[in-house]
Design a binder for this molecule. Structure first.
Ligand code: SAM
Ligand code: SF4
Ligand code: SF4
Length: 364
């Protein structure tokens, strides 16, 4: 086994949460920087059929990588129960992610269970490898929207980035199926890695721009981030979003538009000729920690209050110890009220080298 695996396993050991003693106010609480919990991301599997170079490089996530055994995964009932408790704490949006969430057996049943929670917006992020097959059943189960990851439209670049020789055409089929099933407008995430796929920016923008006959989808260009500790991140491989906007705007003039809701992480730009919009997510060059309302639940039930955390909090232990909803809610509130995370505001060469938890385990 590759010895670089060892730190990741260490990092997966979550800290215990103290349930006893905390009182549940029943009201959403702010963290130490005045931020409320709004978005919950749930990683429903740590496995993936891709090996994207910036997320699960083959050198680390090889054939003998110790993925979580089934018994460690939260069950659908446990996930739904936790989601209800989060909603009572102020969460309004749940995103299913991973790993590749569509690999989780019977994911439609989980979606049905979550869709029954009143007032919850339910979305999912996927590499779309199984989307052509599943778009209709996901929609029927109650999924409202989908985000698809796609890093280039040309096959050689995309195959090199997913590193499993997966063709672009099948992702495009998935996007078409999602549109036909009523999951549009679809957001398309493109991670821009300088030296690898910046030549794919303009073709992506042109392709997904609204034509007169279709509504178009929203491409979001994401700065390559130092998530986890296995992707060998280097600052000079980050292409700042400002450069992306300048590049696209030179060919297709853009104008800045305001956020859809407070705390939206993507900065929005519309095509001046009415061809729809794009977004840029600038976690590296323009940190948005001050309005970060995200909380993440790992595949095995650990809670992470930051994407770049080194340690999670063991929520599954509370669930499996038979704690009441009120106790778990109180513990959650206590954890959130102590939160001070602002990693992206402090990023440096030193912090980039820390043993952070992998994105495939806590979800993007
Ligand atoms: N497998 C699904 C997918 O790829 O859509 C869901 C999980 S993936 C971890 C979620 C998102 O994180 C994807 O859009 C992916 O491109 C993004 N991502 C992964 N590693 C990243 C990195 N190092 N920097 C920026 N975004 C990253
Ligand atoms: Fe898999 Fe998504 Fe990570 Fe790519 S970005 S390796 S598809 S989890
Ligand atoms: Fe939120 Fe952490 Fe990202 Fe800052 S670095 S925006 S606190 S997840």
């Amino acid at each position: 086994m590759n010895d670089r695996v060892i730190p990741l396993l260490d990092a997966r050991r979550a800290a215990p949460i103290r349930a006893a003693g905390a009182a549940d106010s029943g009201e959403p609480v702010a963290d130490t920087r005045g931020r409320y919990m709004r978005d919950l991301r749930i990683s429903i599997t740590d496995r993936c059929n891709f090996r994207c170079v910036y997320c699960m490089p083959k050198t680390v996530f090889g054939r003998d990588y110790p993925f979580l055994p089934r018994s460690e995964l939260l069950s659908f009932e446990e996930i739904t129960r936790i989601a209800r408790i989060f909603v009572a704490q102020g969460v309004t949006k749940v995103r299913l992610t991973g790993g590749e969430p569509l690999l989780r057996h019977d994911v439609e049943r989980l979606i049905e269970m979550l869709a029954a929670i009143p007032g919850l917006e339910l979305t999912l992020t996927t590499n779309a490898s199984l989307l052509a097959k599943k778009a209709r059943s996901l929609r029927d189960a109650g999924l409202q929207r989908v985000t698809v990851s796609l890093d280039a439209l040309d096959d050689p670049t995309f195959r090199r980035m997913n590193d499993v020789d997966f063709p672009v055409a099948q992702v495009l089929e998935g996007i078409a199926a999602a549109e036909a099933a009523g999951l549009a407008p679809i957001k398309i995430n493109m991670v821009v890695k300088r030296g690898t796929n910046e030549h794919a920016i303009l073709p992506m923008a042109r392709h997904f721009r609204a034509s007169l006959s279709s509504t178009g989808h929203i491409v979001r260009f994401i700065e390559y981030m130092d998530v986890g500790s296995s992707n060998g991140w280097k600052l000079d491989e980050v292409m700042p979003s400002a450069e992306v906007v300048k590049l696209i705007g030179a060919e297709m003039p853009l104008a800045a538009i305001g956020p859809n809701y407070p705390g939206e992480v993507a900065e929005r730009w519309r095509y001046q000729d009415g061809g729809g919009e794009i977004g840029v997510i600038s976690s590296v060059t323009q940190a948005f920690c001050s309005s970060c309302t995200r909380v993440r639940l790992s595949t095995d039930g650990s809670l992470y209050t930051c994407l770049f955390a080194e340690r999670g909090h063991d929520l599954r232990a509370l669930l499996r110890a038979g704690q009441s909803d009120a106790k778990i809610s109180a513990a959650l509130g206590a954890l959130w009220s102590a939160r001070s995370d602002n990693y992206s505001e402090q990023r440096s060469v030193e912090t980039a080298a820390l043993k952070k938890i992998e994105m495939s385990y806590i979800g993007g």
